[in-house]
Design a protein around this ligand. Structure first.
Ligand code: BV8
Ligand code: ZN
Length: 254
């Protein structure tokens, strides 16, 4: 991988690396990116409109059906070489923090620990009324490719509807995770921004925090984003190919 030697040296000497990921890091695992996950029944929906408490209030079956369709894809997916390279990085740098916008558990299944999920987890439903955790039946939901509306299950404690364990638009990010992510962005000396369109706030502001502090910032994305001219280095291409090559090149054979 062709990277200027001075950037390689800066990355190699980093004491604290922050890896920030979006839906693109799971794309090669077959999980549609957030804005691609609107096909079939949901093709005429706008993600920002469907991933809201108001949409769930108005049509719980349509929203729950979308998340079950997505959850089935997560359960069938495997971590890809990008997730594995990020997990391998933990043993090669003094300190690694993984912050993700994704609601899947592929970083954990690849071996990453203490992943900060800013937008929640699709595998952790809770009751929309009493907010106690709910549970999914075992196995992979048998979702038709085009999707279908599904009535959410009921809470065993209060009978309220279960909702997906994600952060919807208009909802606050989980405080502990968000505070830890800010602390990591303020202390890291290398920031890898992987597979995100960087349009969702306040998550996307982590990258600008790192840029402002003068950390070395690397973006990995096959498409242009608003950060193209602000990061130290743009690696244009799929994360599943670029990440193993980057970790090899800078931090030795993985
Ligand atoms: C909040 C969970 C409000 C649900 C998600 C300023 C400050 C604060 C808020 C706002 C603000 N401006 C606007 C807002 C409101 C809003 C917002 O950001 N709107 C956007 C649309 C403008 N933010 C919020 O509502 C947030 N809440 O701030 O609280 C508040 C404040 C005070 C008091 C009370 C309340 C909550 C936002 C969280 C929303 N939930 N997810 C679910 O998943 O269903 S966000 C959703 O978008 C996903 O988590 C997704 O990860 C995330 C970001 O998208 P990306 O990950 O980037 O995915 P995307 O599809 O966009 O892009 C994929 C990228 O991958 C592309 O660039 C593509 O090129 C690339 N790619 C493709 N293939 C590959 C690849 N890259 C590498 N390799 C490949 N192979
Ligand atoms: Zn309940």
């Amino acid at each position: 991988m062709d990277i200027e030697e001075r950037l390689v040296r800066r990355l190699r000497s980093a004491r604290h690396v922050l890896v920030f990921t979006g839906a693109g890091v799971s794309a090669e695992s077959g999980i549609p990116t957030f804005r691609d996950a609107l096909t079939g029944l949901w093709e005429n929906f706008d993600a920002e409109a469907l991933a809201t408490p108001e949409a769930f209030e108005r049509d719980p079956a349509m929203v729950w059906g979308w998340y079950e369709w997505r959850r089935a894809k997560v359960l069938r997916a495997q971590p890809n070489p990008a997730h594995l390279a990020i997990a391998a990085l933990a043993a090669r740098v003094p300190r690694l923090t993984v912050v993700t916008q994704n609601v899947d558990d592929l970083h954990e299944r690849a071996g990453s620990h203490d992943v900060l999920h800013l937008h929640g987890r699709i595998d952790r439903p809770f009751c929309a009324v009493c907010r106690r955790p709910g549970a999914y039946p075992p196995g992979i939901p048998d979702e038709p490719e085009g999707g279908r509306p599904l009535e959410p299950p009921r809470c065993i404690h209060c009978g309220g509807r279960l909702r997906p364990g994600v952060v919807w638009f208009g909802e606050m990010l989980p405080e502990a995770e968000w505070d830890a992510a800010i602390a990591a962005a303020e202390s890291c000396d290398a920031f890898l921004c992987i597979g995100t369109s960087s349009v969702v706030q306040p998550a996307a502001s982590l990258t600008t925090m790192a840029i402002r502090r003068g950390a070395i910032t690397i973006q990995v994305n096959p498409n242009p984003t608003d950060l193209d001219h602000s990061v130290s280095l743009n690696l244009s291409g799929p994360a599943g190919m670029i990440m193993p090559a980057l970790v090899d090149r800078v931090w030795g054979e993985i």
